[in-house]
Ligand binder design. Structure first.
Ligand SMILES: [Zn+2]
Length: 395
């Protein structure tokens, strides 16, 4: 079976522009499968503070890391970090709290925006970096994005000066937003809140870890209620990071108990949403912003998460066929940059592990593609359930 397809470039509804632009200047280990090789590569780093991304070795030897040049290592989930003593020395004056708590998973989850905003502070971002990064995104078939963790208004200005602000919606975490001068807040479309962590680090609040872990909830219901009231008062949209069913329960219960008039509430990820939760969310007009590329987690986390829970990962058929979610209307797609781009997203959407994760190409296009009028498209072939020959074409 062979077919030739053409679809518009993507609008990635969940990305991290500042963070990944800064990361672009760092070493990426995501393709390095061998622990010793990863160490070898880091051994060659410079004497200043080095940022390393894509670390996916869940166990490591502390002494190995201590022998390296000053380093801050971010694992692939972006919810877990390692910093050696030399790295800490470099950063402790500017960021004492982060340095002190970087190995405390509970603190990390509760202060994630602060850590993610630290990276663009270290690797300062210029107009040219933004330009280069958007070019790279376009090479990965992404035309425009929602930046879910904009670090400052200065950063927005850099994006504007680089000429790319039309291709980016800016969202801020609540602390950054409150620190933004009132007259500049119109540049921000919404505020991002966090309810739980990630599955890789066993901090997402799912029921189903084999270890018995309960995950970490980073917000009480009271706190969530107050933050939503604030968002309502500011007339902004709300994007709520909730991967696990237990975190999703909290947002549903807070919204049921309070009658907020917030123009847009999005659940970010909602990876393990149950059918009864989805029915309630749909009824309350909550949009879901999900990542087809995370469907692979159903295989990746086989050792960590019980099968009955993994089977719930990205249940797109349940959401669309049984609950009535409509791609492009209240079901939106993005990548979270893990990885960026169309290829992994298409592969996972069209040919997933479980049939319940499957998206039709028309659904993918509605939920994930830009409607901007541009003269470029993504062209690819499907041969034997594989995406091949994917390329950007001018039309
Ligand atoms: Zn994210």
């Amino acid at each position: 079976m062979e077919s030739l397809e053409q679809i518009p470039l993507l609008h990635d509804h969940h990305n991290h522009l500042a963070f990944y632009t800064a990361m672009h200047k760092s070493i990426d280990l995501s393709k390095v499968k061998d622990y010793k090789k990863a160490l070898c590569l880091m051994q060659k780093l410079g004497k200043g503070i080095n940022i390393v991304t894509g670390w996916h070795f869940y166990s490591y030897i502390k002494e190995d890391i201590e022998k390296l040049p000053p380093v801050l290592i971010c694992d692939t989930t972006l919810h877990s970090f390692i910093m050696n003593s030399k790295g800490k020395e470099k950063l402790e004056n500017r960021f004492p709290e982060i340095v002190e708590n970087i190995e405390n998973p509970e603190w990390v989850e509760n202060n994630l925006p602060e850590i993610l905003k630290l990276i663009p502070c270290i690797n300062k971002i210029t107009r040219n970096d933004i330009k280069e990064f958007f070019n790279k995104l376009e090479d990965d078939f992404i035309y425009s994005i929602d930046d879910m963790l904009t670090p400052s208004v200065d950063f927005i200005k850099t994006v504007e000066e680089a000429g790319f602000s039309e291709r980016c919606n800016f969202w801020m975490d609540i602390k950054t937003y409150k620190n933004t001068p009132e007259k500049l807040r119109n540049k921000v479309i919404g505020i991002k809140l966090f309810l739980d962590g990630a599955v890789g680090t066993e901090t997402a609040a799912i029921t189903g870890y084999k270890s018995g872990s309960k995950g970490i909830k980073v917000s009480t219901k009271e706190n969530l209620k107050n933050n939503l009231s604030y968002i309502e008062s500011q007339n902004k949209a709300a994007a709520v990071h909730a991967i696990g069913d237990k975190a999703i329960d909290d947002i549903i219960s807070v919204l049921e108990d309070n009658n907020f008039s917030i123009s847009l509430i999005r659940l970010e990820h909602a990876t393990y949403i149950t059918k009864s939760q989805a029915v309630k969310c749909k009824k309350m007009g909550i949009k879901l912003c999900m990542q087809p590329n995370f469907s692979i987690d159903a295989k990746l986390f086989d050792g960590k998460v019980k099968k009955e829970c993994l089977k719930r990962n990205n249940s797109f058929r349940m959401l669309i066929d049984e609950v009535g979610y409509i791609p492009g209307e209240d079901l939106l797609f993005g990548s979270d940059g893990m990885p960026h781009g169309a290829e992994a997203a298409l592969e996972n959407a069209l040919f997933p592990i479980y049939q319940n994760q499957k998206l039709k190409l028309t659904e993918f296009v509605k939920g994930y593609c830009t409607d901007a009028e541009i003269n470029k498209k993504i062209s690819f072939k499907i041969i034997n359930n594989k995406i091949t020959n994917i390329k950007k074409i001018i039309i």
